[in-house]
Design a binder for this molecule. Structure first.
Ligand code: ATP
Ligand code: MG
Length: 482
């Protein structure tokens, strides 16, 4: 049987003291590389703090003998080693924060996956995995404590639906709320840079729906929803010799409790031993390859952002193979990531913008539900002026407009602009949705592209022209809502 997720070199530990000594020895050249705008003043290296847009140096200093450093403009921005300075300053990839969420029914192996992932970084007596069931304030502290590592959050279903979206935004945005000190002035905000891995039986969107909230596209990009059921053995596609998913899950849980916190040491050690620019070049290449494989010219920016997060994973996976940590072929990593990405995309239902998809769906739903109840039926009158008249056999309350038969004897719809904006398209940008509907041939526009048209009102209402939106009969079948 093949050992899975077992670091080959798990006995090797990164020697941080050795690394620190080496950094101190080469401090001059290292600082010139990390902080190229600095200068030596006495025994200190004084530079602009690149993490805030400083114009003149002053408060950010590194002691050239000890490696102690501080930004004296802040209480907590300081450290006592070159390693802590590196973690504060350096971003290998420049990618944004964000998370992945395994969503699916109970007992698929979702928490098992979190156990395995967390064992890369830690475990033992103190569980590395955290719970969603927490307040937003407490999660700020938890996130800061996981800065520059992975934050695992189990059971999304347990967080308050009202807080769920906000917390997803907060975690991905990398900073907590601004708060006042007791004696006045602002406290330093909690800040972090991390990826998070989450699990739960429901998605963020469903969680928010519980309290009548709608998930914004921005949130879904921040917490990427991956269906946990592969359709084979729950979360697993292969059992690696075990009799069933439950047994395999038990094995992984036992192993991740026995071996933990080792893979990350080897990973960091291998990164420290390599040329920084080479690593950046490698991750950039992986990023570009993955984007090339995943997105097309038509892909929306939201899709590209998600693909970039998957690309970051593939780069990290390939680096871990190089370091001898993962016993996989390169192609296995890339295929696995592509599968998760495709499952996400399929579930999302469009390569385009999610707001547009949801907005169009809402409009179509309105016509499906109210085509005969909110639109007064109008018939052409047999006179030369081309008048129309309301069919008074039908009483329409809260009218949204009119419907009439087109040349193929199918109903088309004339909609009052205010009703469209304030009700039919509520919550979405009406012009964007109208433009999309026109692009799909569901909205007839003026020849100059104007979205509303001059329509003659029925004789009962004065036969005057009024600007209205003119929807084709295909709006009922929904066109292609993708
Ligand atoms: N792929 C699987 N196939 C069958 N049973 C499984 C599978 N994975 C886990 N189990 C069973 O479910 C139990 C719980 O595993 P785990 O905590 O990983 O599931 P989960 O998906 O997080 O479930 P929940 O949503 O209830 O938290 C395991 O002890 C095992 O008995
Ligand atoms: Mg679970």
């Amino acid at each position: 049987m093949r050992e899975v997720f077992m670091p080959r070199k798990y006995k090797i530990k990164a020697d941080f003291r050795h690394i620190e000594r080496a950094c101190l020895f080469n401090m001059g050249s290292i600082l010139r590389q990390w902080l190229p705008n600095g200068k030596i003043q006495g025994g200190e290296y004084v530079a602009l703090n690149p993490k805030r847009q400083d114009n003149s140096e002053g408060s950010f200093k590194v002691n050239l003998r000890t490696g102690y450093w501080a930004d004296f403009a802040y209480d907590n921005v300081k450290g006592r080693s070159m390693i802590s300075l590196a973690s504060s300053l350096l971003k290998i990839t420049g990618e944004e924060n964000g998370g992945f969420h395994f969503r699916g029914a109970s007992s698929l192996g979702k928490s098992t996956a979190l156990n395995v992932a967390s064992s890369i970084l830690g475990g033992g007596k103190t569980p590395y995995i955290q719970q969603w069931r927490s307040t937003s304030n407490a999660l700020e502290e938890t996130a800061e404590a996981h800065n520059d590592t992975l934050l695992c959050l189990d059971e999304l279903g347990q967080i308050d639906g009202k807080q769920a979206g906000e917390v997803a935004y907060m975690l991905a945005n990398g900073s907590g709320k601004s708060r006042m000190r007791d004696k006045g002035g602002l406290r330093k905000k909690h800040e972090w840079r991390l990826l998070f891995l989450s699990s739960g039986e429901i998605s963020l969107a469903d969680k928010m729906l519980e309290v009548g909230k709608r998930v914004h596209a921005g949130m879904e990009v921040r917490l990427i929803d991956i269906p946990a059921d592969t359709g084979k053995f729950g979360l697993f596609e292969e059992l690696h010799g075990f009799a069933n998913g439950a047994e395999f899950s038990r094995h992984l849980n036992t192993m991740s409790k026995r071996y933990y916190g080792t893979a990350i040491r080897t990973f960091i050690e291998s990164l420290v031993g390599q040329d920084w620019e080479e690593i950046q070049k490698f991750t950039k290449e992986q990023h570009d390859k993955m984007l090339y494989a995943c997105v097309s010219d038509h892909s929306d920016g939201q899709v590209k952002r998600v693909a970039a997060r998957f690309a970051l994973l593939s780069a990290a996976g390939l680096l871990a193979i190089k370091a001898g940590i993962l016993p996989f072929e390169d192609s296995e990593i890339c295929n696995a990531i592509m599968k998760c990405y495709s499952a996400w995309l399929q579930n999302r239902g469009t390569e385009g913008s999610l707001e547009i998809k949801h907005g169009v769906e809402q409009v179509v739903k309105f016509f499906e539900q109210h085509s005969s109840t909110r639109f007064a039926l109008i018939n052409a009158m047999n006179n030369q002026a081309g008048d129309v008249s309301i069919n008074d056999a039908e009483k329409v309350i809260s009218r949204a407009g009119y419907r009439r038969k087109d040349k193929e004897a199918k109903y088309e719809y004339l909609v009052f602009p205010a009703v469209f904006r304030e009700e039919i398209c509520k919550g979405y940008d009406a012009r964007t949705i109208l433009r999309e509907l026109a692009k799909r041939g569901l909205l007839h526009t003026e020849s100059d592209g104007r979205l509303d048209k001059n329509i003659r009102l029925p004789v009962e209402e004065g036969s005057k022209p009024k600007r209205m939106y003119h929807f084709s009969s295909s709006i009922l079948s929904g066109g292609d809502t993708n």
